[in-house]
Structure formats: structure tokens, C-alpha cells
Design a binder for this molecule. Structure first.
Ligand code: MN
Ligand code: MN
Length: 455
């Protein structure tokens, strides 16, 4: 018995074999990340991987049986993976893991195209909590879909292939930034100035056209995708940081990438449902719209998760209410890891640390635990037991010091259904920045935590 608690570092505890597993798991994660920048991309990647792992399309009118593996893609932006076990679903409930696959980014406005001073731009409207100054002068890629008249859908992805062009938002040169530098950080770059350059070549022979660059760009888009300017009004397009996930440090212990929040939890929970040989019924969810409040058809406040649970319950003649009340959930989302460069934002005794394992947050929220689903002592005890019984290195912490700000996750929406839920995730540095930082040790710890939870 250890009388005093000490946080463990996963890398320090790992032997050579474990270290190999950690690094190998990270390779799979990076590949997943590179094809999963938006919720649409991530849902499609997960669908393909689910197919490869023997999962078949789900139907709300199907009678499921033990051994069935199903996926339900909700409007292309949110996916449910269902693995039906032998155990009595009424008595044992369902083990549910929910991560979100939307990340902060720059969406396009409905009428985004304009020309000014010889350049053609797209106007953006930021999605989620961003620091606006971080999005200037970095390479951007454009992802999403455009609906043409008559229901035809065009998928667009430009800026990821090394032969693709990228897109670019300008910043003011330091020489002329005397005024800008005096502004508070949040005001230095305004939302309305986040316009991305998408062209600079005027169309030939149309010298009288005051918007000849815009005309030329629209021509290019029309040739390539068949779209006209009005089609942007029926589109979901966004700019995300271009480029791939990269190892960080001489030892490659860390990974920098766009959208660790929350693909760094989505990937381990998905891999866990694929790899688990549990007798239980397990559901893994990739949610959308978490960064903007979880509303709408693809967010976790929608009824869809209840419908999936009900379909499983009905398959076995079980009472869906009983199934829900006996179910348990891990809300798999990231938390803020301690950053020595900004130590005053954290309370060191109650913060998670990079490389110290799966991060359990009993509650999130802001100020006096406002808007938090506070997991019960009983449920925390349950989680601790299954993690420790299965050799999972884990830690616990709050998101920053009291009254520094705060944040929420989907935990409360699942808990509101009468399902015990706690946040378990990965500590992130520079969260919500275009390129975030995580430790390979923590992604792997979360995978082990999810496997233990399914068991
Ligand atoms: Mn998140
Ligand atoms: Mn977030």
C-alpha cells in the first residue's frame, strides 16, 4: 500500500516492449489524423475502417443479435459504432464511449467570394474557440462539400497534397504594426479580417471587368467542380491548417497536429471497439458540433444516441429505460495539460501533465463548477478500479486554475440521459491552436483505458 499519491510518468514506467507499442500505436493515429481533419473526413475514415473490421450498416428497424457489428453514419458527420455482446443488455447496460471529431476552424460565409486590390478572397466565419491571430500567415487547406442545383454533391479538398496550392490569410508587417501591437490580443486580428487569398490572376481579354481576378477564379472553380458563385450558399466548406501530423522532439515522444482535440480520443476509442473481445455490448460515438455547443442533428444533444440505445434494447425485448440506467459512459475528450510557460493559469496539484497517462476529469465547467456534469464518487471509484485492474496509468486534474476560464464537454448531455459519465481523455498543450501538441504515451494510455472500460 502506498500511503502517498504520486503521479506516474508513462514513459518512465514503460519497458522496451511497451515503448515499442506506444510508438507503433502513434503511427496508426497519425495516419488517421491525416485523413480526418473535419467531422465529415473523420466519419468517412471511421466508416472505412469499420468496414475493414467487419462492421455492417446499421438499421433502426433491425433486430440485432450477439456478435453483430454495425455502424451508423448520421448525415455524414457523426458515426456510431455498435458491437453487440452476449451479456444481458438490460442487466449490464451498454458501455458507451463518446469523442468528438469537429475541431476549431474557419468556416466560409454563405457569400464568401470577393475581390480587392487585385486579389480574390474567401470570407470566413470562425467555428469554435480560436485565437484569431494564430490563423494568419499559415498554410491553409480547404475541405468540405458543395451542393449543386438538383442534389448533386461536390466534394472539395485542396491544400493537403504537396502538389496542391494552399490558401493564406495575411497579417500586418511589424514595421507598420505600432497601432496593432498596442491592442489586446483578442482584438489585434478581427474576425472580419480573416479573409483567405484564393487567387491573383486576372482573366485575359476582360480588361473592363472590375473583378477580373474573381471572374477568373470562378471560371476555374466552374471548370473543376461545376459550381457557380451562388452554390456557396448551399455548401459546408472550411479552412483548416494544411499539412500532416508530425513527430516533435529529437526522440519523437510527442506529436504536433491540427485537431488532436478531439481526434486524439476518437482514435483510441475506435481502436478499442475494434480490438476488444468483450462480452458486453459496446458503442463508440464520433460526435459533431461539440466545439459549438453540441446542438443540431449531429451533436450529442440530439436524440440520435437514445434512438440507437432503444434499437439495441428493442432487439432483445429489453426495456430501453432499464438499459440506459445500467449503461456507463466515458466522455472521451481532451483537457489542458500543464504548461510551464503559462504556469499561472494552472494549479499544479490539480492539473494533468503530459506523458502521465489517461486524464480523468471528475468535472469540467467554469467558475463554481457551472455547467458541469460532476461524476459521482461511486462512478469515479468504479473507473479507478477498472483502470488499475488492467494496468492503465491514469491521472486526474482540472482544466486550469479556478476562475481562469473553463470549458465543457459532451459529458453532461450523456449524463442527462441517466447514464453515469466521466471525462477521460488526453492532456493537450496549445489546445485549439492550429497545431496542438500531445504525447504518444497518453494516446496509448487512453487506448488501454478504453479497452479496460469495454471489458
Ligand atoms: Mn474537445
Ligand atoms: Mn475543444
Amino acid at each position: 500500500m502506498e500511503l502517498k499519491y504520486t503521479r506516474k510518468n508513462v514513459y518512465k514506467e514503460a519497458d522496451g516492449k511497451e515503448l515499442e507499442k506506444i510508438y507503433k500505436f502513434a503511427e496508426g493515429y497519425k495516419t488517421f489524423l491525416d485523413s480526418s481533419k473535419t467531422e465529415r473526413d473523420a466519419s468517412e475514415t471511421a466508416r472505412k475502417l469499420a468496414e475493414a473490421n467487419g462492421f455492417k450498416p446499421f438499421s433502426f428497424s433491425e433486430k440485432l443479435k450477439a456478435g453483430d457489428k454495425r455502424y451508423f453514419v448520421n448525415r455524414g458527420k457523426n458515426i456510431f459504432l455498435v458491437k453487440v455482446g452476449k451479456k444481458d443488455v438490460a442487466k449490464d447496460g451498454i458501455r458507451i464511449m463518446v469523442a468528438h471529431v469537429d475541431s476549431p476552424r474557419l468556416d466560409l460565409k454563405p457569400n464568401p467570394v470577393f475581390e480587392d486590390a487585385g486579389l480574390c478572397y474567401l470570407k470566413t466565419h470562425y467555428y469554435g474557440g480560436i485565437k484569431k491571430y494564430q490563423w494568419t500567415s499559415i498554410p491553409l487547406a480547404l475541405h468540405g462539400v458543395v451542393m449543386l442545383r438538383g442534389g448533386k454533391k461536390k466534394e472539395i479538398c485542396v491544400g493537403e497534397d504537396e502538389n496542391d496550392p494552399i490558401f493564406y490569410i495575411t497579417d500586418l508587417l511589424p514595421h507598420l504594426s505600432q497601432e496593432q501591437s498596442q491592442k489586446p490580443l483578442a482584438k489585434a486580428i478581427e474576425g472580419e479580417s480573416l479573409n483567405a487569398v484564393i487567387g491573383g490572376l486576372p482573366s485575359v481579354g476582360e480588361e473592363k471587368d472590375e473583378e477580373s481576378v474573381k471572374t477568373a477564379v470562378l471560371n476555374l472553380l466552374n471548370k473543376k467542380y461545376g459550381i457557380t458563385e451562388v452554390d456557396f450558399q448551399c455548401s459546408e466548406l472550411c479552412f483548416v491548417p494544411a499539412g500532416k501530423a508530425r513527430d516533435v522532439g529529437f526522440d519523437g515522444a510527442l506529436i504536433s497536429a491540427y485537431g488532436h482535440d478531439d481526434k486524439v480520443c476518437a482514435y483510441p476509442e475506435m481502436q478499442a471497439i475494434f480490438d476488444s473481445d468483450s462480452d458486453r455490448t459496446v458503442v463508440a460515438v464520433f460526435a459533431d458540433k461539440e466545439e459549438v455547443g453540441s446542438n443540431g442533428t449531429t451533436g450529442m444533444q440530439s436524440k440520435v444516441i437514445s434512438d440507437v440505445i432503444e434499437t439495441i434494447a428493442n432487439s432483445f425485448g429489453a426495456n430501453p429505460i432499464e438499459v440506459r440506467y445500467n449503461s456507463k459512459c466515458i466522455s472521451a475528450d481532451v483537457t489542458a495539460g500543464y504548461d510551464p510557460a503559462y504556469s499561472s493559469a494552472f494549479e499544479k496539484r490539480n492539473t494533468t501533465f503530459i506523458s502521465c497517462g489517461a486524464a480523468v476529469s471528475k468535472y469540467t465547467g467554469a467558475r463554481g463548477k457551472s455547467n458541469s456534469s460532476d461524476a459521482s464518487a461511486e462512478y469515479m471509484g468504479f473507473i479507478r478500479d477498472i483502470f488499475e485492474d488492467n494496468g492503465v496509468i491514469w491521472q486526474t486534474g482540472e482544466l486550469g486554475a479556478i476562475d481562469m476560464g473553463g470549458g465543457g464537454t459532451v459529458a453532461m448531455y450523456i449524463a442527462n440521459l441517466g447514464i453515469d459519465t466521466v471525462d477521460v481523455g488526453v492532456p493537450v498543450l496549445s489546445m485549439h491552436a492550429p497545431y496542438e501538441l500531445i504525447s504518444k504515451a497518453d494516446v496509448y494510455s487512453l487506448y488501454k483505458a478504453c479497452l479496460a472500460f469495454c471489458k
